[in-house]
Write a protein that binds this ligand. Structure first.
Ligand code: ADP
Length: 268
């Protein structure tokens, strides 16, 4: 609501600027109510989705505890498998809770942004992450320093998440490429993979909280469906964006776009 300098509307006092302003205020108030209602609906949906996602591993844990309580003595052979399931499922719950906490902390977060060398940061992250990947990792770009504006720690977190996804959703021994460049007046870093790719319909959905492409769920590739939601929020806190498009002949390209510290000499 825009602030206006006038006396408060008090009983007995004349309304300073006539009925038009009251109407304006009512319109603004309704807009505010609408937006609060939408926020409440989103929060409600979030809590309900989060509970659903937590309930699934919890049900598995409880099921196996009951199984052990009833049968561990007469069927000791079930013990190792049940314990392994309990351990896996509780790890899933922990990952989910940590991601949820991170998302909720980011609601109030503000990041300190400063100029940093994106080329150097991407190379360092790629080099460090290489040994956790079963794919070949290559860096492309002319290698010149590109000064972007952002928060280096959170940009690192974004890159790690995109690399982790490229690793999860593309075959071993394929190639993952990290490309840093200046394009259209922005500093950009892309992670290209040769994996399954993402259908156009799913491209719009994968950034939403808890959304996972059916194939990822059914293949039981570990994940919470929160990674890209966190990436999107982090990119926003850096005044940046994350987008996805198809790689050729197959796979996906995720691109983080940040503000440039100085005007580029060339634009593409
Ligand atoms: P998670 O990986 O934990 O499921 P994300 O939010 O990071 O959650 O990703 C959401 C979904 O988007 C994934 O479940 C997967 O279906 C799809 N996805 C993400 N990155 C890729 C990729 N590089 N290639 C193919 N699919 C991907």
């Amino acid at each position: 609501v825009t602030r206006r300098n006038h006396a408060p509307y008090t009983d007995g006092l004349p309304v300073p600027e006539g009925p038009l302003e009251v109407h304006d205020l009512a319109v603004e108030f309704n807009k505010l109510l609408d937006s609060l209602n939408r926020q409440l609906e989103r929060d409600h949906q979030f809590v309900s989705d989060a509970s659903h996602e937590l309930r699934t591993p919890l049900a598995a844990i409880r099921g196996h505890i009951e199984l052990l309580q009833r049968h561990s003595l007469d069927h000791p052979e079930i013990v190792p498998t049940s314990l392994a399931t309990i351990s896996d499922e509780s790890r899933k719950m922990q990952a989910l809770i940590e991601s949820l906490l991170q998302l909720s902390r980011m609601d109030q977060a503000e990041l300190e942004l400063s100029p940093f060398n994106l080329t150097e940061l991407a190379a360092t992250v790629a080099q460090r992450y290489q040994e956790q990947l079963h794919q070949n990792l290559v860096m492309t770009g002319d290698g010149n320093p590109i000064m972007a504006i952002g928060n280096p720690d959170s940009v690192e977190q974004i890159l790690l998440a995109l690399l982790a996804n490229a690793g999860k959703y593309s075959p071993a021994d394929s190639t993952i490429t990290v490309n840093v460049r200046v394009s259209a007046g922005h500093a950009k870093v892309s992670v290209l993979d040769q994996g399954s790719g993402i259908s156009d319909a799913d491209k719009e959905k994968i950034f939403a909280r808890f959304y996972r492409v059916d194939e990822s769920r059914s293949k039981k590739i570990p994940g919470t469906g929160l990674g890209l939601a966190i990436v999107t929020r982090l990119a926003g806190l850096n005044n940046g964006t994350v987008t996805v498009r198809d790689n050729q002949p197959q796979g996906s390209i995720f691109t983080l776009s940040l503000e440039l510290d100085q005007q580029p000499e060339t634009t593409a």
